[in-house]
Structures are given as structure tokens and as C-alpha cells.
Design a protein around this ligand. Structure first.
Ligand SMILES: *Cc1c(COP(=O)(O)O)cnc(C)c1O
Length: 485
């Protein structure tokens, strides 16, 4: 099993090695050299999320034993998820909503970050692992919780102090565990992500790590170990839809995905590549609409202001995993390296028409703050279903797509977080008083809607603040050394 770098200058053998390494030496991202096809008939006979996940992951990580994978998915998708089926599907109007928020931290990131630590433990040699993570809010908490007290690991999470929701911040600041480090930075998500990548390629940091018996890895979706478990929930959803007779085996569906760093939607693209009958992938953004413009024109332009919105996990201008898609459609590492250099040096790049044509599986839309709020209000009023701010963007994008194309095949809307993670915005959308503290907001939202508060969020106020350090962006690297000495 070989993984090649999207920039063409590095490759590595073995899934576990690729997972441990995280980022390739040439600054690119690892992609599997080949994916094997899903056997849909066989999948129909599988009963649980755990089995579907083990099978799907095994189609990519072909060098890991099937039994070992099933052991890991059984451990990962256990009572940490508060729903026995792990992933409930809801019908809202004529859409199927994938509720990915019943894990430990109430966001979809739990699906990958419940299993990544298990992969990492298999991947580790005698060195301790420092796991570096940039977060726009949800990855951070899911990574901290996933790696908490995992032996010989140290998990560092950097979040933009003013760029996450009050609930997200509280979740990270109350994190327990001897090996967890949640650190606020005076910068935005792009600063956090760029510096994490810089720390990876810093020869000084690598030398320090080596001298002290550490190895660096990542829990961001730049790590292939994060991405592959996400393919499984699209497969599971499709198979469930067949079992529920929403579709018959072989029918194509569309999926609409709230998108930030492009990991979640890339997992859907990989599912399609592996033979899952997906027609269109709808890329939903907020007013940080760099991806919308890119899919419309083939020109990626990050030279624009980054807005803080009510859907903070999509407040991103440099979407890392787009690089993997570009590699897939261009099949040329040198070309990808050129685009990524342009992006780094000039903040922009342009793909040729021949490449652009190959992106036609995607349609992209963006949603303003006002439209997000209106969508939450409307869907609640008409269908008695409460969307979070990110899912609202995907929901509205799905409606736009149908209206524009008249393509009414079954639409899956990916719900990435519980609405209770963004109680200010959701309360305000419903016309409730949003000037209260988050504990009161959650309580009032519950009284108004009766929607269950996820276990992960209900005891947040009883927990003590244990981590409250805020640092300059420049201190991200030195903080690691200080904390580990
Ligand atoms: C992380 C996140 C996203 C964006 O997912 P990507 O894989 O980064 O595109 C969307 N919504 C929520 C709630 C998230 O936490």
C-alpha cells in the first residue's frame, strides 16, 4: 500500500506510516495510490455502522487486517456515541439529513477522531508523538477528547481566540487530561493552519523533536487517517437509504456538504470514486466564498478579507484538502506544486480549462448571514427541525441547486454539528433573546424547541476551566517546547 504526495516529490509505504507522518516531506498531502471499489451488494448484508465503517476503511487501508479494523471501529463507535445506530438519518421535507453530531463533542469530527487515536497507537514506534492541530472550533475539541490520556501522545490544539463560538471555546477550555493542550492564538484559523504546517517543515523543530525522542503528527484532515473514516458515513447513509427504500440499489443521489477545509466533501468525492452512486457534490460555504468562486471560474483567490461569521467552522480562506482534489483531477504533482506555490506567494492560482472541466461533479453556493438565519427559522417553522448554522448553509444550497437544475433526485444534507453548539446564532434566528450567557441560551432553546441537548454539551457548565492560555501566533512553536520540557 503506497501513498504519494500531492506535490509529487515524496511517497511512503504503509497506511500506518502515512498516518504517523501526517504531512509529506515536500509539503504536500498523502493520497492513496489506488482505491479499491466498494461491493454494494456485500455492503447490503452488513448490519451496523461499525461493520460498514470497517469494510469501507479497509477498501482504502488495504494493508490493515480486516479483523483489526473491525476491532477498531467497534471500539471507536461505541457508547461514546449517544445514539445506538451511531448515525441517525432524518427526513426533512424531501431531504435526508445525516446527523453526524451524536459523538463525544457534538460535531462530525468525532467520527474520525474517535478512531484516529487507535490508528496512531498501531502506527507508533518507541517515540512519543506530538499531535499538532489547528482548529476552527470543532476539530480541536474532538481531537483533545480523542487523544486524552492516550499513552505516549501529546495533543496540541491551536484555536483562534476570537474565531470560535462561546460553546466551542468553553468545550476546549474545560478539557481534562494530562497530555492535552488547548491554546488560543491571537490570529485566525488560516494563521493557525499555516503555522502548524510551518512547524512540520521547520528543520529546527524536527531536530528538537528527534533529539528529545518525539515525532510530529497531525489530527487535521491533512492527515489521511482523518479523511478515510469519513468516507464510511456516506457509504452507510447510501446503504441505509436503500434499506429504507428511499432509493433502489444503483440509484444516484446528490449530497450537500457544509465546507471549510474541504475534508468532509472530499470524503464524499472519494466515496464516489470508489463506486458509491453519487451524482453531484454540493459545496456550501458562508460569506467566505472563496470555494464558490473557484468552482464557478477555476480561479482561486484568497486575497480577500476573512469574515467572522455565525458558522465559524467555515471561516477559512485556504482550504487544505482542495489540494487532494486538484491532484486527483490533474494527476500531476508538479502541476499541483506550482498552484500551491502560487497560492503561498501570491494568494491565488488559476487552473486551465482542461482541468476545470473535470470539476463538474461539484456545484458550489454560498449563504449570507441573513440567509443562514432565515433558513434556520423557516425550516424550524415549516418542518419542526432545528438546523445548526453550518447545516443551514448546506440546506439552502441544496434547495438552490434543485431550483436551478431541476435535478430532484434524492438529496442528502450533511449535518455537521448540533444547533446547541451555536446557541447565540440559532436563538437569534428563531427570534429568541440572544443576549444571555450560553447556558441560559441552551436552556431557552430547549424550552422553545424540545430538541434534545446532546450529552456532550449538557454538563459543560459544571466543568472547571482548566486551560486558558492565549499566545501570539509567533509563539506556537516555542510553546510546544516549553510545555514538554
Ligand atoms: C469542520 C466543520 C465544517 C467544515 O468541514 P471541512 O471538512 O473542514 O470542510 C463544517 N461544519 C462544521 C460544524 C464543522 O465542524
Amino acid at each position: 500500500m503506497k501513498y504519494i504526495s500531492t506535490r509529487g516529490q515524496d511517497q511512503i509505504k504503509g497506511s500506518y506510516n502515512a498516518i504517523l507522518k501526517g504531512l509529506a516531506n515536500d509539503g504536500g498531502l498523502y493520497v492513496p495510490e489506488k482505491f479499491s471499489n466498494l461491493d454494494l451488494e456485500k455492503l447490503l448484508n452488513l448490519k451496523s455502522y461499525r461493520e460498514v465503517a470497517a469494510y469501507t476503511i479497509g477498501c482504502v487501508f488495504q494493508d490493515i487486517e480486516k479483523d483489526e479494523l473491525l476491532n477498531m471501529t467497534t471500539k471507536a463507535y461505541d457508547q461514546k456515541f449517544s445514539k445506538p445506530e451511531v448515525l441517525p438519518l432524518q427526513q426533512v421535507d424531501d431531504n435526508i439529513i445525516m446527523e453526524l453530531f451524536y459523538g463525544q463533542t457534538a460535531a462530525f469530527k468525532d467520527f474520525a477522531l474517535s478512531i484516529l487515536p487507535l490508528f496512531m497507537q498501531q502506527a507508533m514506534d518507541d517515540r512519543e508523538v506530538i499531535i499538532l492541530t489547528a482548529t476552527s472550533g470543532d476539530t480541536g475539541k474532538a481531537a483533545l477528547e480523542g487523544f486524552k490520556d492516550v499513552e505516549k501522545t501529546h495533543i496540541f490544539v491551536y484555536y483562534p481566540t476570537d474565531g470560535v463560538s462561546s460553546m466551542q471555546k468553553r468545550q476546549m477550555c474545560t478539557q481534562q487530561g494530562k497530555n492535552t493542550h488547548a491554546i488560543g492564538i491571537k490570529g485566525n484559523f488560516d494563521d493557525a493552519q499555516r503555522n502548524v504546517k510551518n512547524i512540520f517543515s521547520s528543520s529546527e523543530m524536527n531536530k528538537w523533536a528527534k533529539d528529545h525522542g518525539y515525532v510530529l503528527s497531525s489530527a487535521n484532515s491533512i492527515n489521511i487517517g482523518r479523511l478515510v473514516p469519513q468516507i464510511a458515513y456516506y457509504v452507510y447513509t447510501y446503504i441505509e437509504m436503500v434499506k429504507r427504500e428511499d432509493i433502489v440499489l444503483g440509484d444516484t443521489i446528490n449530497v450537500s456538504v457544509p465546507t471549510g477545509n474541504f475534508g468532509d466533501i472530499l470524503a464524499a468525492y472519494y466515496a464516489k470514486k470508489m463506486g458509491l452512486p453519487i451524482n453531484r457534490l454540493i459545496c456550501a460555504s458562508n460569506r467566505n466564498n472563496v470555494l464558490t468562486d473557484f468552482f464557478e471560474t477555476g480561479y482561486y483567490n484568497a486575497n480577500r478579507p476573512l469574515y467572522m461569521t455565525t458558522s465559524p467552522s467555515m471561516d477559512i480562506l485556504v482550504s487544505s484538502n482542495l489540494e487532494r482534489l486538484l491532484f486527483d483531477v490533474s494527476e500531476c504533482g508538479a502541476q499541483v506544486a506550482e498552484w500551491m506555490n502560487d497560492l503561498k506567494d501570491k494568494g491565488e492560482f488559476q487552473v486551465e480549462p482542461s482541468i476545470y472541466k473535470r470539476l463538474s461533479d461539484f456545484k458550489a453556493y454560498y449563504t449570507t448571514e441573513e440567509e443562514t438565519a432565515k433558513t434556520i427559522e423557516k425550516v424550524y417553522r415549516e418542518h419542526n427541525y432545528l438546523l445548526d448554522t453550518h447545516t443551514a448553509a448546506a440546506y439552502l444550497s441544496a434547495m438552490r441547486y434543485k431550483e436551478e437544475t431541476q435535478d430532484y433526485r434524492k438529496m442528502v444534507v450533511v449535518s455537521t454539528a448540533s444547533p446547541y453548539k451555536f446557541p447565540e446564532a440559532v436563538s437569534s434566528a428563531l427570534g429568541l433573546n440572544s443576549e444571555l450567557n450560553s447556558e441560559e441560551l441552551v436552556k431557552n432553546l430547549y424550552i422553545k424547541t424540545g430538541v434534545e441537548v446532546p450529552r456532550a454539551l449538557s454538563d459543560l457548565w459544571t466543568l472547571e476551566i482548566t486551560q486558558d492560555e492565549i499566545i501570539e501566533v509567533e509563539a506556537m512553536e516555542s510553546t510546544i517546547k516549553e510545555r514538554l520540557l
